[in-house]
Design a protein around this ligand. Sequence first.
Ligand code: CA
Ligand code: CA
Length: 219
Amino acid sequence: MPIKKSTMKKCALLIAVLFFAISCKNQVKNEAVVYSNDFEKNDLQGITNGVIEKFNSTNVLGRYNNGNFSLVLNNLPKHDLVTISFDLYIHDSWDGNKKEPDGPDIWQMVVDGNVFINTTFSNDAFIAGNFTSPQSYPFNYPNNYNNPKTGAYRTDLPSACDTVGPKITSQYKISKTLNHKSSTLQLQCLDKLIQRNAANPKCDESWSVDNITVTTITL
Ligand SMILES: [Ca+2]
Ligand SMILES: [Ca+2]
């Protein structure tokens, strides 16, 4: 039996509606910046273990060595996803995946108790063919071997601590979008730095963050 023209039209319309509905499903309906802090006003509200230092002419949250901070946000608007962005400064002589007594130099980002980044950074000079101090970033530790400073936004910033040796700071732009619906959010950043041979550990290697932005997204 031949299919009626009107039935075909209805089918075509139904397919079009379904296609539209599916394609719209993951489109962003609304975005709201719920937290933004450049630390220039020394604002540590909601932050546990917050310390502020001047680095490279700007206020940063840190520096930390075998330390952590925690930011808690409450009363978030209804949302489906959250984007957390910040600058991460890796100061001085991080050793990446190296073993004891130099490393591994692990850094983590944890949201609501779940580890989203578990990586290492290396500020060693990269010499072609000399793969002595790889880092895990932009992947997780272990089992990832990238050249020192892979994925860095800048690698030419000054040392945070004036000590002997070729010390630098590298800067990374961290941005993670996560499934998140709760009205509260806890962001933790922490390190497990190892520098057994350093007289002043915080001067040997440390980290800080700046320009934290948290954006909720409704689909
Ligand atoms: Ca700042
Ligand atoms: Ca180290």
